[in-house]
Design a protein around this ligand. Structure first.
Ligand code: NAD
Ligand code: 6OD
Length: 485
């Protein structure tokens, strides 16, 4: 059945004369017609938010926490609807979306409900000539927050921003990716069901430039922007908000390294790197695209990793046996395949993959590619420096710890890395020297939502997660009181 995905503004679902198609990347079928918000609709959403702000910011943290918990409970109750929408929009296997995306959507609301309840301020007593002063901080909302999110983990990344923004008493104008409008639309239904006051959560659909994304960024009455997406888009948004001097939080791209030492638990390291390279068809910003392996185990490691890649089962996302879905779109597949071609031009050995699988039937209209492993590239190759965002990694040998660190840090990105070793001293030593916001030691993508999350260099600006999210979505005000004694 084809759906209509509408905008949600001031507590009502709003149509637009312009619609665009939301396609299922597993088979090319039409999932929904999406109502595109233009600058006028975005302006309505911002005004609705501004009008709702005084009452919402005056709710207590406890009241907001209770709303967040009710939202989580409805997501959990409607998990099958969310799962169906996410799988239709992304083509990701149900086995992935049911374990990763949908539960995290609910968990984000529960986590920030708990965090806002527990949050406190700073207090300092200051000696003064008259006696003493008391300084205390007030956490107040930023105001109208613009949220712009990508397509790779749609519900997870959208709610990662919506939940803390609401917890801190902000009102929201949020735009999901044009590729994946489904679960965000369901979330608007959830907001409606739990009775969130009109105008507190506003959803607009559309694209970036010349559409809803740019209209949020350009709007003079948006008080802060939080964005997840490509580094180039982040740079454009930064330029566009510069004159208005507004807070921005950017979670951007990555070209993440894994370092595998000869003393690692071999089987765990192979399974871990296979997961970190191929999960979600390589479309996770944290995915490993550069693997550096200590020379004595290099050949054995490459052979074992290739075996894991070949064992992946591309197929119908609704089949529980499927472990590899399609890429998000034809356009993205063209980009990934252009890197598959470039790798050959740059002199790579293609250990496995490198093409398009023949799956038969409707799936041949889908955007599938083979999981791919390269060796033999020079560190300066474009395929080792640019983010591909597909199911692909390059494996290179190293001889010393210093060389491993230098190779890992030889990137304009600095999001995540994974170190595989049983030598714990070495693990801690390397963790401190790797230029990445996130370091996993003998694991990958293991998340505690209280921890700082974000990247260095081209990978982002600021940190979200735990109190870092609360700080971004708040204005912290210091009050200084001269005490009489
Ligand atoms: P993208 O930058 O193309 O789009 C992201 C969002 O920005 C979309 O909603 C899009 O419509 C909007 N947009 C595009 N141009 C805009 C503009 N000029 N003004 C305002 N909005 C605009 O990214 P994508 O292709 O959707 O996502 C993939 C990228 O996201 C990869 O680079 C990946 O590494 C990155 N990512 C990073 C993280 C992280 O936490 N660091 C998480 C997920 C994805
Ligand atoms: O787990 C998270 O909180 C998070 N922001 C994950 C990002 C994954 C990138 O694709």
């Amino acid at each position: 059945m084809i759906s209509e995905y509408r905008n949600y503004i001031n507590g009502r679902f709003v149509e637009s004369p312009n619609t665009f198609e939301d396609l299922n990347p597993a088979n090319g079928e039409l999932v929904a017609r999406v109502h595109e918000a233009d600058a006028a609709l975005v302006d309505q959403a911002v005004r609705a938010g501004r009008a709702a702000l005084p009452a919402w910011r005056n709710t207590s943290a406890e009241q907001r926490a209770q709303y967040l918990e009710r939202i989580a409970a409805v997501i959990e109750r409607r998990a099958d609807d969310f799962l169906a929408a996410e799988v239709a929009d992304t083509g990701k296997p149900v086995s992935v979306a049911s374990r990763v995306d949908i539960p995290r959507g609910a968990a984000n609301f529960r986590a920030f409900a708990a965090m806002i309840r527990m949050s406190g301020g700073e207090v300092y007593e200051t000696p003064t000539p008259e006696g003493r002063a008391l300084n205390y901080s007030l956490r107040q909302p930023l105001g109208v927050v613009g949220i712009i999110s990508p397509w790779n983990l749609p519900l997870l990344l959208f709610t990662w921003k919506v939940a803390p923004a609401l917890a801190c008493g902000n009102v929201i104008v949020a735009k999901p990716s044009e590729e994946t409008p489904g679960t965000a639309t369901l979330l608007a239904e959830v907001m409606d069901e739990v009775g969130l006051p009109e105008g507190v959560f506003n959803l607009v659909h559309g694209f970036g430039p010349g559409s809803a994304g740019a209209a949020i960024v350009d709007h003079p009455d948006v008080d802060g922007i939080t964005f997840t997406g490509e580094s180039k888009t982040g740079a454009t948004i930064m330029r566009n908000v510069a004159d208005k001097v507004r807070p921005v939080s950017f979670e951007l791209g990555g070209k993440n390294a894994a370092l595998v030492f000869a003393d690692a638990d071999f089987d765990k390291a192979v399974a871990g790197v296979a997961r970190s390279s191929f999960l979600n068809t390589g479309q996770v910003c944290l995915c490993t695209e550069r693997v550096y392996v200590e020379r004595p185990i290099f050949d054995r490691f490459v052979a074992a990793l290739a075996e894991q890649a070949r064992a992946l089962r591309p197929g119908d996302p609704l089949d529980p046996e499927t472990t590899l879905g399609p890429l998000i779109s034809r356009q993205h597949r063209d980009k990934v395949l252009s890197y598959y071609a470039l790798a050959r031009e740059e002199g790579a050995t293609v250990v496995t993959g490198g093409g398009v699988p023949a799956l038969g039937g409707k799936l041949d209209q889908g955007c599938y590619v083979e999981p791919t492993i390269w060796t033999g590239l020079d560190q300066s190759a474009r395929c080792l420096q640019e983010e591909v965002f597909g199911p692909v990694c390059h494996v290179m040998p190293f001889d010393t710890e210093e060389q491993a660190i230098a190779l890992a840090n030889d990137s304009r990105y600095g999001l995540a890395s994974a170190i595989w070793t049983t030598h714990l001293d070495r693990g801690h030593r390397l963790a401190a020297r790797i230029d990445a916001g996130l370091v996993w030691l003998n694991t990958w993508f293991l998340r505690d939502l209280r921890t700082p999350f974000g990247g260095m260099k081209l990978s982002g600006l600021g940190r979200e997660g735990g109190r870092h999210s609360l700080d971004f979505y708040s204005e912290l005000k210091n009050v200084c009181v001269q005490m009489s004694q």
